[in-house]
Design a protein around this ligand. Structure first.
Ligand code: GAF
Length: 362
C-alpha cells in the first residue's frame, strides 16, 4: 500500500506595534517571519505526533479529554476543534514536527503549530475552509483546549500574512488589510532567553483588568477617550486605570505607525515603537528586568530607530528596527547581558514572510 506524505510550512510572527489590544477590540500590526514550524503528515491507522525540538512522541485519540502533556494538547486540541467544526471524524495521521522557530520565545510557536495542523488537514482532506476560518478554529482550540485566553492576532498572522507586508487587523470586526513594508528598515529579533509562558503568566490577569475597565466605564475601548479615563482614575483604581490608558494610547500608536510607514518616516516608526515599550513597561507592566536591560541598551545605539518587547510579555523576544546591521553591537550587549543575568540571549535578522502553506507531497 502506498502511504502519501504531505509537508507544510507554518511561520512564526512578530508584531510591529499594537500589544494587548487584540482582545480589547483594538488594532494590531503583526507580520509572519521566515522562521517556521515544518509539519509532515503521513496517513496512519492512529494519531501520533513527534516533535524533534522536544524529542517527544505522543499517541492520542480525538476526544475532548486533555492530556497531561502540554505539547500534546496543542496538537490534539487543534484536531479536536477542527473535528468539532466540520462535524465529522478526521482520518488518523502521523505528524512529524520540526522547527526553525524557537519555542516559548514570544514568536507564536503555538499558533504556528495549531494553525499549521488545521490548515494541513483541511488541504489534505479538501475541507474547503478559508484562512480566516482556520485561524478562528485554532484560536478557539487554544482558548478552550489549551486554556490560554489569547486574542486573535497570532492565529490571523500565521494564517493570513503576505510576504513583505504587515497585516493590520481590526480585532473588533476581524477585518484586515495589508500594509506594504517596501523600503522598511532592517528587522532583527533578540530572544531574551527568558521563557515566556502565556498560560502561567499574568496574561489572563491583564485580560481581566481590561474587561473590568470596559465594564466600569460602560463602553468598549474604541469609544473610551483619554479624558474619560483621567476623570475616572479614582473609581477605576490605579491598576485598571493604567491598563486602560495603555490600550487607548496603543491603538492610536498603531494608526500613527501606519501613517509613518506610508510616509516612509522610519524615525517616527522608531519613536512609536519606543513609546509602546515604555507603556508596556510602566502602564501595562508586562516587561521584565531582563527585557528592559536589553531594550534600553539597544535603543541607545545610534543606528537603531527603535526596539521594544513583543507578544504577551513576561519574557520572550524584542523587535529591533535599525538603519544598518546591528550584529556587532548586539554581540557586546549579549556579553553584558550574560554578565548581568547569567542568561544567553540570541539574535537573528528576519524577513517578512507569507502565511502557512503546503510545500510538498510525495
Ligand atoms: C499573545 C497573545 F496570544 C495575542 O493574542 C496578543 O494578545 C499578545 O500576546 C499581546 O499583544 O501573543
Amino acid at each position: 500500500m502506498i502511504t502519501l506524505t504531505y509537508t507544510f510550512r507554518s511561520p512564526g510572527r512578530i508584531n510591529l506595534i499594537g500589544e494587548h489590544t487584540d482582545y480589547n477590540g483594538g488594532y494590531v500590526l503583526p507580520a509572519a517571519i521566515d522562521r517556521y514550524t515544518y509539519l509532515t503528515f503521513q496517513e496512519s491507522d492512529h494519531f501520533e505526533s513527534y516533535t524533534h525540538d522536544l524529542n517527544k512522541s505522543v499517541t492520542f485519540s480525538i476526544d475532548g479529554q486533555r492530556e497531561t502533556d502540554t505539547w500534546a494538547n496543542y496538537v490534539k486540541g487543534a484536531i479536536f476543534h477542527l473535528t468539532k467544526y466540520v462535524k465529522k471524524p478526521i482520518k488518523p495521521f502521523k505528524i512529524d514536527v520540526s522547527s526553525t522557530l524557537p519555542i516559548g520565545a514570544g514568536l507564536s510557536s503555538s499558533a504556528s503549530l495549531m494553525v499549521g495542523i488545521i490548515y494541513a488537514i483541511s488541504k489534505i482532506e479538501k475541507l474547503d475552509l478559508d484562512r480566516e476560518r482556520i485561524a478562528q478554529i485554532a484560536h478557539e482550540a487554544e482558548n478552550e483546549f489549551v486554556g490560554v485566553n489569547c486574542g486573535i492576532m497570532d492565529q490571523y498572522a500565521v494564517a493570513l500574512a503576505k510576504k513583505d507586508n504587515f497585516l493590520l487587523i481590526d480585532a473588533s470586526s476581524g477585518l484586515y488589510e495589508y500594509v506594504s513594508a517596501m523600503g522598511f528598515p532592517k528587522i532583527t529579533i533578540v530572544d531574551s532567553g527568558v521563557k515566556h509562558e502565556l498560560a502561567s503568566g499574568g496574561y489572563n490577569t491583564r485580560r481581566n483588568e481590561c474587561a473590568r475597565a470596559t465594564e466600569m466605564m460602560g463602553m468598549q475601548f474604541r469609544e473610551i477617550t483619554l479624558d474619560l479615563i483621567e476623570s475616572k482614575r479614582k473609581t477605576l483604581g490605579e491598576n485598571v486605570y493604567k491598563r486602560a490608558k495603555h490600550v487607548v494610547e496603543e491603538n492610536q500608536r498603531v494608526l500613527d505607525t501606519i501613517a509613518a510607514i506610508k510616509n516612509k518616516d522610519w524615525q517616527k516608526v522608531g519613536e512609536l515603537v519606543k513609546k509602546s515599550h515604555e507603556s508596556l513597561k510602566n502602564l501595562f507592566e508586562v516587561s521584565t528586568d531582563e527585557i528592559d536591560f536589553l531594550v534600553d541598551r539597544i535603543n541607545a545605539l545610534e543606528n537603531v530607530y527603535g526596539a521594544r518587547m513583543i507578544g504577551g510579555g513576561f519574557g520572550g523576544s524584542i523587535i529591533v528596527i535599525s538603519k544598518s546591521d546591528v550584529s556587532l553591537q548586539l554581540k557586546e550587549i549579549k556579553d553584558a547581558y550574560r554578565r548581568q543575568f547569567g542568561i544567553e540571549m540570541k539574535f537573528y535578522p528576519v524577513k517578512l514572510s507569507s502565511g502557512v502553506r503546503k510545500i510538498t507531497q510525495f
